[in-house]
Design a protein around this ligand. Structure first.
Ligand code: TTP
Ligand code: MG
Length: 350
């Protein structure tokens, strides 16, 4: 299965959160960062209406005010943005393993979904739709074989864009070298002087030329520019456990909770991508906030949805409380760590 990475970046994130909170702001230029009276303030972000006045992040607020005196200027409410961000990351997690890189952007490994949707565009549409449904906010999605190329793609048609990169070299060829995250502002004029303006110019370098221009980074940059890079999500070291939990809007009884356990197990199995594990835990918080965690460690490893669900339901059936349930969580841990292929229970039973 070829690696497929989606990069998802929210559109004018802080400003969009403010517009959601106060819909009367919609259609007006909104600038989040500082008030015009804050002497040394800067713009954190400007919505797309304000950007038509030339406003952008990191601009001094005094200059922004000169260019756009009719704008609505707000100080940031980080708590609000963080809450929305958490929901967004949760939504993205349901599509695959994620690597959050900032408050409003993440990479999602959607390799496992490639055959489940009609096309990659359908995956991108589903991601956008789900984020919109859960938060009311708009994002842009880029999909490619490499994280670097996916990031360039998500930025290509903002706001609200979807770009699927099927022919990376052609897609990148005419773009400015500054689009590659890693080529900093200071390097751009230096590279321009050497005749490199587009990513295609980097692709056209010989190995020797690339080495003498980019030093130890040459191989990575050359591969990106030639559309050959396949860097995926960054490893965060071996995972000790993965878990997923859900809090119900209204407390539920045991029967209803079973459906959620099924859903959580399905999501966890998708994340886990078949790594064998030996321990499954269930966390249950009751309506009075009392919380219990029950774990079951097996003598064998398992690695699929059916086993996970069976174990989770076994644990659940052993919980005798009649209280209503407020939260349910499932965790898998004790992962098998070896390069060798491990036999699992199903290898014997199938
Ligand atoms: P970005 O994703 O860079 O910008 P954005 O979401 O506002 O706009 P775009 O549609 O182009 O993606 O940054 C996310 C948030 O991070 C942004 O809303 C505000 C904050 N931020 C700063 O506070 N300072 C900065 O210099 C930048 C670039 C962002
Ligand atoms: Mg953004």
């Amino acid at each position: 299965m070829p690696q497929t990475i989606a990069h998802v970046d929210m559109d004018c994130f802080f400003a969009a959160c403010e517009e959601k909170k106060d819909p009367s702001l919609k259609g007006k230029p909104v600038i989040v960062g500082s008030l015009p009276t804050d002497k040394r303030g800067i713009v954190s972000t400007a919505n797309y209406e304000a950007r038509t006045f030339g406003l952008h992040s990191a601009m001094p607020i005094s200059r922004a005010f000169k260019q756009c005196p009719k704008g609505v200027y707000l100080r940031p409410s980080f708590g609000l943005y963080k809450k929305e961000s958490q929901i967004i990351m949760q939504v993205l997690s349901s599509f695959g393993e994620i690597e959050q890189v900032s408050i409003d952007e993440a990479y999602v490994d959607i390799s496992a979904l490639v055959n489940k949707y009609q096309s990659l565009k359908e995956v991108a549409i589903a991601i956008k739709k789900e984020i919109l449904k859960e938060t009311g906010l708009s994002c842009s999605v880029g999909i490619a074989q490499s994280r670097y190329i996916a990031k360039i793609a998500s930025d290509y048609k903002k706001p609200g864009g979807i770009i699927i990169v099927k022919k990376p070299r052609e897609f990148l060829e005419k773009l400015s070298i500054s689009k590659i995250s890693g080529i900093g502002k200071k390097s751009v004029p230096h590279l321009h002087k050497k005749g490199m303006k587009t990513i295609g110019d980097i692709a056209a370098l010989t190995k020797e030329q690339a080495m003498s221009t980019f030093g130890s980074y040459w191989e990575k940059l050359h591969a990106i520019a030639r559309g050959e890079d396949t860097t995926g999500l960054r490893e965060h070291g071996p995972r000790k456990s993965i878990s997923k939990e859900t809090t119900f809007q209204d407390d539920v009884d045991k029967e209803e909770c079973t459906k959620s356990i099924e859903r959580l197990c399905r999501i966890l199995s998708k994340y886990n991508k078949g790594t064998p594990y030996r321990t499954v835990s269930l966390k249950v918080r009751f309506s009075d906030f009392s919380t219990i965690t029950r774990a079951k460690s097996l003598a064998y490893y398992c690695n699929n949805y059916e086993d996970l669900l069976q174990i989770a339901l076994d644990i659940f059936s052993g919980i005798s409380s009649k209280k209503k349930i407020r939260l349910i969580g499932v965790r898998m841990s004790n992962f098998y760590r070896s390069e060798e292929k491990q036999m699992t229970l199903r290898s014997f039973t199938d």
